[in-house]
Design a binder for this molecule. Structure first.
Ligand code: ZN
Length: 278
């Protein structure tokens, strides 16, 4: 069963990756707010460019809800020193997320260490890495959102590729860890409805875009909602049935299409499609 149609933009968030070729973080905050979008998800590199204090001030001044900080993760590495460096970097990421009032720190967990063919080993490094930062995240009050990525990224970005894997990790780790459900990564999964239901209150974020046919680039050819093959209302219905009532975050990496358009047009298209195909 599909979700009821959305009637306003009060729960629309835009991930700044969607306009990152055109707008700095400061410009995105102002641009989204001007067009009536009240949610935003922020990337750490843009946050660093803007400055944490300035970003926090701009976000507050424009009444923005920060639906996530992108991103932590990338736990697996060939050496113990590199794995420790990743853990140290996470503690900083958690502090940054707290500083801008983010609802969660989004984790893209990492793929195979360089030269490795041991994906099971990589997955256990992810569990170890998460375990190492969890106490700090809990004491900071910052939820960690594991984002399962489409299996085409298993080697280089994330060896957690299904909702079932993410749920299993949450079972092992306990409170403080949840899941970012991104339709782009999980739409194909035959167990999706069941695993979303299993996730329940663990769902910390809901990311939307579309899967284009054909997809011309593994990373930078995501589609605008409605231009591809994902039944977004159906998946939103499952997520809502699981109890999620947070923002819907548009996240589109699109080097050849949306990154070349006027960013105001991009945001207006997101708003229009949000009410018609999400
Ligand atoms: Zn996402």
């Amino acid at each position: 069963m599909s979700a009821r149609p959305l009637v306003d933009h009060s729960r629309l968030s835009i991930n700044t990756a969607t306009t990152r070729a055109q707008w700095t973080l400061a410009e995105a905050i102002k641009g989204y707010a001007t067009l009536g979008v009240r949610g935003i998800s922020v990337w750490r590199d843009q946050l660093a460019d803007c400055g944490q204090k300035e970003a926090a001030r701009l976000l507050a001044d424009h009444g923005m809800t920060v639906t996530g900080l992108c991103r932590g993760g990338m736990f697996p590495a060939a050496t113990a020193a590199e794995r420790q460096a990743a853990i140290d970097d996470h503690l900083r990421a958690i502090e940054e997320a707290v500083a801008i009032g983010a609802q969660c720190l989004v984790l893209v967990v990492g793929g195979l260490p360089k030269g490795s063919k041991d994906i099971a080993g990589a997955r256990s490094m992810v569990l170890d890495g998460l375990s190492a930062i969890l106490e700090f995240a809990r004491s900071a009050g910052m939820p960690l959102a594991i984002e399962p990525l489409h299996p085409m990224y298993a080697a280089d970005r994330a060896c957690v590729n299904t909702m079932a894997q993410a749920n299993d990790l949450c079972d092992r780790l306990g409170p403080g860890v949840g899941i970012a459900v991104d339709v782009y990564h999980v739409w194909w999964d035959p167990d999706l409805e069941r695993e979303i239901s299993r996730a329940g209150s663990r769902i910390l974020a809901f990311h939307i875009c579309d899967w284009l046919v054909p997809t011309r680039d593994l990373l930078l050819d995501r589609g605008m909602m409605g231009d591809g093959v994902i039944d977004i209302p159906r998946i939103r219905g499952w997520v809502e049935a699981a109890g999620y009532d947070g923002f819907h975050e548009v996240e589109i990496f699109s080097a050849e299409t949306w990154w070349k358009r006027d960013p105001n047009e991009v945001v207006n298209t997101c708003k229009e499609r949000y009410l018609t195909v999400v």
